[in-house]
Design a binder for this molecule. Structure first.
Ligand code: PGA
Length: 249
């Protein structure tokens, strides 16, 4: 039995005031339950979030990390720094990083190694664009991203995969529960090919316009183990409703 994970990707949003008010609403409502909950604010809000969440069931993670453990990499944040601060997890290979920062599978693989070595739980994002889906290449693209990131890894015990079809992110379009389930089952079959991964124990979460109104049907699918939530994670009531939907499965 895999424990559901609902993680909020706050992207480049927030101020000290909004972080304090969003977290106070979440902390007042999230109880230790069968769903694991994490929030991923920007780097500059991590310390504040960690302080507010200490001793609570809310885990805090980062949205990215460097592929190097330390050194002359201006502007970068290393995985050991995030672990030292108290972060539990880190999102890697998000499509916005692949798109706007030209992150390759090779770089994502190096970041994954860095995150795991630092003791962070990696949330590896994969997903196809609309053109790739329409041309029938969705599975091939996802397989390439998985292979590129995972092939050289030696330790993937805590891996989480987030299937995030690019055409569904921030667009209001969601993969149907059936479309998502098909891809999640495919991802699990792909994971099974890696000796380093226990495919049945690995959580595969869905991301892309997850809202209170569609969360329940998505979570009802046997291979959907939670969600990586963008826009709706910034609205406490919506994020809490998504957590409740995961708990109700
Ligand atoms: P969205 O973003 O929920 O706003 O579509 C999801 C994500 O990018 O992780």
């Amino acid at each position: 039995m895999r424990q559901a994970l609902v993680a909020g990707n706050w992207k480049m949003h927030g101020s000290r005031a909004s972080v304090a008010s969003l977290l106070s609403e979440l902390l007042g409502a999230v109880t230790a339950q069968q769903v694991e909950v994490a929030v991923c604010p920007t780097f500059v809000h991590l310390a504040q979030a960690l302080e507010l969440c200490v001793g609570s069931p809310l885990a805090v993670g980062a949205q990215d990390c460097s592929h190097m453990p330390s050194g002359a990499y201006t502007g970068e944040v290393a995985a050991p720094m995030l672990a030292d601060l108290g972060c539990a997890c880190v999102i890697l290979g998000h499509s916005e990083r692949r798109q706007y920062h030209t992150e390759s599978d090779h770089l994502v693989a190096a970041k994954l190694t860095a995150a795991v070595s630092a003791g962070l739980q990696p949330i590896l994002c994969v997903g196809e664009t609309r053109e790739q889906r329409e041309s029938g290449a969705a599975e091939l693209v996802v397989l390439g991203q998985l292979t590129g990131a995972l092939a050289e890894q030696t330790d993937l015990a805590g891996l989480v995969v987030a299937y995030e079809p690019v055409w569904a992110i921030g667009t209001g379009l969601t993969a149907t529960p059936q479309q998502a389930q098909e891809m999640h089952a495919y991802i699990r079959r792909c994971l099974d090919a890696f000796d380093t991964v226990d495919a049945r124990a690995t959580r595969v979460v869905y991301g892309g316009s997850v809202k209170p109104g569609n969360a329940r049907d998505l979570f009802a699918q046997p291979d959907i183990d939670g969600a990586l939530v963008g826009g709706a994670a910034l609205i406490a009531a919506d994020f809490l409703a998504i957590i409740d939907a995961a708990a109700a499965v």
